[in-house]
Ligand binder design. Structure first.
Ligand code: NAD
Length: 423
């Protein structure tokens, strides 16, 4: 029992402080109750509720899989996203573990490997990448490189027998994305695109309200994902590496949200784009895009994305009974979900708070789950190809000034696999 050894340990600690004799003399030690209430039940540690039923129940200990049973990941590309979000997220993952790194910078890779417990022989450079084939610890390769490199490393990973989790946007065109899907199909490897918002609890709560029509059917979506981009030398301003400007980088989140919330595919797009004249950063890619998507069920989504505005990441769904607002919808942290609706003679604005979970850990664990249970990922390669098709129509409309029609697709969620299981 977890609590059995507690009393002697406490007594020893008290003894070290030199007061044991006093306490024992007063009989206080014998009165110390058993404190550690944790018990192993069905393979997981559980604690009894410590708050009254009026309080939100705690989510309890996370119950991760034992390390040696988890799915091993190799992360390719040690840039900002990898170092700032993905590697720390392994610490919150339950089914995934970091086993290998791929980088072109040996001293950075060695430092990161030692920080995260990756064996030196599991650090590869790009030239030696295909040797991952001989490392059975690696089951998934997570591609976190500039967009134009996703195709090559996805296909090489699949040909080396590994499943692939690839960052968004999946490529720089729908044709490249389709080639990635085809290569993974031929090699019978899973391909998932890292659409983290589709695994994140606040976005999933909005999805639930839309799909269940909690406040009536969704009629209009407003989605804004803008940021003020700096240095012009970064790969994001180079068309050959990025494939476009703000649209594939951050506007993609608005597009993907409109698609996953409705489950439908747009049948028409109308777009305008703008770049400040004379700003050398926008010689190759656009700064701002405003696009409207019309869905077959009648919903319209109005989306705005930019590299030239202060950070704002807002998703708003308008229904007959309520306006649902998710501020920070596409951000890593800090989300606010507010629902405005009638309450008798008043207008009420409810703020809904959901326990935060690390969306990168959730996304990686979903991939691990798909490998362990042989399921199709919820956001497979086909989901990424469809976003590229719509983005191509957006660019076409922005350059022609005309609406662009897209093929009508029957049914819901035709590019998605089964929903992720609750964590
Ligand atoms: P970054 O510039 O910080 O890192 C890119 C990495 O690729 C670096 O380690 C760099 O050394 C390496 N690299 C290899 N060859 C390169 C080349 N020829 N040119 C430039 N870099 C090269 O970029 P990042 O922000 O980490 O983005 C990486 C990927 O992750 C992109 O596809 C991006 O769209 C995606 N991303 C996703 C999210 C998200 O929230 N899911 C957030 C940021 C970035």
């Amino acid at each position: 029992m977890a609590g059995e050894n507690l009393l002697p340990r406490r007594a020893a600690l008290i003894g070290a402080a030199g007061v044991t004799g006093t306490l024992l003399a007063r009989g206080a030690a014998a009165a110390v109750p058993e404190i550690d209430t944790g018990r192993v039940q069905g393979g997981r540690v559980e604690f009894p509720a410590w708050t009254a039923p009026t309080e939100r129940p705690s989510s309890g200990p996370p119950n991760p899989m034992p390390m040696n049973e988890r799915v091993g990941f190799a992360v390719v590309g040690l840039g900002r996203l990898t170092l700032e979000e993905i590697l720390p997220a392994f610490g919150e993952a339950k089914k995934s573990r970091l086993v290998a790194l791929v980088s072109g910078t040996p001293d950075k890779a060695a430092r990161i490997a030692s920080q995260y417990g990756v064996r030196p022989e599991a650090v590869y450079d790009y030239a030696a990448f295909d040797r991952i084939r001989d490392n059975p610890d690696i089951r998934v390769v997570y591609v976190v490189l500039p967009n134009s490199m996703h195709k090559e490393y996805t296909i090489r990973a699949a040909q080396a027998g590994k499943h692939v989790l690839c960052e968004k946007p999946m490529a720089v065109s729908s044709a490249e994305g389709q080639a990635m899907v085809d290569a993974c199909r031929t090699t019978q490897r899973k391909l998932m695109i890292a659409y983290r918002c589709q695994y994140e609890p606040y976005n999933r709560e909005v999805l639930r309200m839309v799909r269940e029509a909690t406040f009536g059917p969704a009629r209009f979506i407003d989605a804004v994902n803008v940021q003020n981009q700096g240095d012009g030398e970064q790969w994001r301003f180079k068309r050959a590496l990025a494939g476009g400007g703000s649209l594939p980088d951050v506007g993609l989140y608005c597009l993907n949200a409109a698609r996953f919330l409705t489950g439908e595919e747009p049948v028409e797009v109308i777009a305008r784009s703008f770049s400040p004249p004379g700003d050398a950063r926008y010689a190759e890619v656009e700064e701002t895009v405003n696009f409207m998507l019309r869905f077959p069920g009648g919903l319209v989504a109005n989306c705005a994305t930019s590299y030239g505005m202060h950070e704002s990441r807002l998703l708003r769904v308008h229904t007959p009974g309520a306006a649902i607002s998710l501020d920070g919808a596409f951000a890593y942290h800090d989300k606010q979900l507010r629902i405005a609706h009638r309450d008798g003679r008043a207008e009420s604005v409810d703020e809904r708070r959901i326990p935060m979970q690390n969306q990168f850990a959730l996304e990686m664990d979903h991939m691990a789950d798909c490998v362990l249970t042989d399921r199709k990922p919820h956001t497979p390669g086909e989901e990424g190809v469809q976003d590229h098709r719509v983005m191509e129509a957006i660019y076409q409309s922005a350059s022609s000034g005309q609406p662009v029609a897209l093929p009508r697709v029957e049914g819901l969620d035709h590019t998605r696999g089964p929903a992720p299981s609750p964590s």
